[in-house]
Design a protein around this ligand. Structure first.
Ligand code: PLP
Length: 378
């Protein structure tokens, strides 16, 4: 190609999202209705029926541009979370909000620290803006190593990407540890607390409630909390997430955002979903039950599972994750090869319905004998 990309774009690797069900159908000749997609941490319990009702009621307004301030949704969230309306920004999923953080705050040569493995988009956003990614490996229990992250801070550090609970490992920093970590970060470093999976935190296992992180914003003007309607609310296709931060941070992000970046339908859907707490509780409790089902069922194969605070589990199989992924794909089951996250002996499985999870375990039973164990580190 004669036309060269920008240097920062040349340095970018294409982001690898989970493949689509259609591509699996085409490649393996499987009927779309029998494909079980557990590769993208979507919500297999669906969304609240109230979302569908609300959209139906508003269908005559679909021809108009949306309110680009998302006023109704902003008001509902600010009341629910007990914080000022001015502290919110909405995005085309938290993917976009992460990109806005990069565009507004990462300069050429800035360093951005993230735990490895964690959500891959942090790397793309940092690189695209000419920043340097500083990876800090998770500890032996797969938890984010906050002490090592603190040690990685230099005078060039500008952003810390903190995924809590962490995708793909499923670990969570308990509230006290999180608070301590934030308090020890210089105030000219932006801490991006990505809480996409907050609703799935296992409070019993973590010795009590998580903290109300929104309250931390009263003390820290260098913190942004990102949340999404894609996970516990089951609205991934609508593409709607939000950030909460000090007004000065929100102003910076707003400057680089498309004027109209979210849709009217997503506002309506999110607002209706927020009102149906009962549905969300059903989703979260089902995910908790099903995580336990997997912990027990996967022991049969000698697998070990990291205790998860997300709607997915990170499983050590001791075998080539790519071969496992391929063998399950032939049966129409989509999971993620741990090699994509730097852990080839692992797989990540999003939590499905009970029926789907039973099928996954049955599929493991029928394929695992043909996939040899590999030595650790191979
Ligand atoms: C940790 C984390 N952050 C952000 C996202 C992006 O979510 P969305 O753009 O759907 O809000 C994901 C999606 O899987 C994720 O795992």
């Amino acid at each position: 190609m004669g036309v060269r990309e920008k240097k920062s774009v040349e340095a970018l690797k294409l982001y690898k999202a989970a493949r689509t069900q259609e591509s699996v159908c085409r490649e393996y000749g499987i009927d779309i209705n029998s494909v079980i997609k557990l590769a993208g941490n979507e919500n297999r319990f669906g969304c609240s029926p109230k979302v569908i009702e609300a959209l139906d009621k508003k269908k005559n307004e679909f021809a108009f541009y949306p309110d680009f301030n998302a006023t109704a949704l902003r008001t509902a969230l600010s009341e629910k979370l007990g914080t000022s309306k001015e502290k919110f920004i909405f995005g085309n999923g938290s993917f976009e909000l992460l990109s806005l953080v990069g565009a507004a705050f990462i300069d050429e040569g800035d360093e951005a620290i993230y735990a490895d493995p964690s959500f891959g988009w942090y790397v793309n956003v940092t690189t695209l803006n000419g920043g340097k990614v500083v990876k800090v490996p998770v500890n032996k229990d797969f938890a984010v190593d906050t002490e090592a992250m603190l040690n990685a801070v230099t005078d060039k550090t500008k952003v810390i990407w903190l995924c809590n609970p962490n995708n793909p490992t499923g670990t969570v920093l308990p509230g006290s540890k999180l608070k301590d970590f934030i308090s020890r970060i210089r105030r000219d470093i932006l801490i991006v607390l990505d809480e996409a999976y907050i609703d799935f935190i296992d409070e019993e296992e973590n010795g009590g409630p998580y903290i109300d992180t929104v309250r931390l914003l009263e003390e820290y003007d260098n913190l942004i909390i990102l949340r999404t309607f894609s996970k516990s609310y089951g609205l991934a296709s609508f593409r709607i997430g939000y950030g909460i931060a000090d007004e000065a941070i929100i102003e910076g992000l707003t400057k680089v955002k498309l004027p109209i970046n979210t849709t009217f339908a997503s506002h309506v859907a999110a607002e209706a979903a927020l009102l149906d707490e009962e549905f969300k509780t059903y989703v979260v409790e089902s995910v908790r039950e099903e995580r336990k089902y997997y912990y027990n069922a996967l022991e049969e194969f000698g697998f070990t599972t990291v205790h998860s605070n997300g709607n997915f589990i990170f499983v050590h199989t001791g075998r080539d994750g790519g071969r496992i992924e391929e063998a399950l794909l032939k049966k129409g089951i989509m999971i993620r090869n741990g090699a994509e996250f730097g852990f080839p002996g692992h797989v990540r499985i999003s939590i499905g319905t009970h029926e789907e999870n039973v099928k996954v375990v049955e599929a493991f039973r029928s394929v695992i004998g043909d996939i040899p164990e590999v030595k650790e580190g191979d």
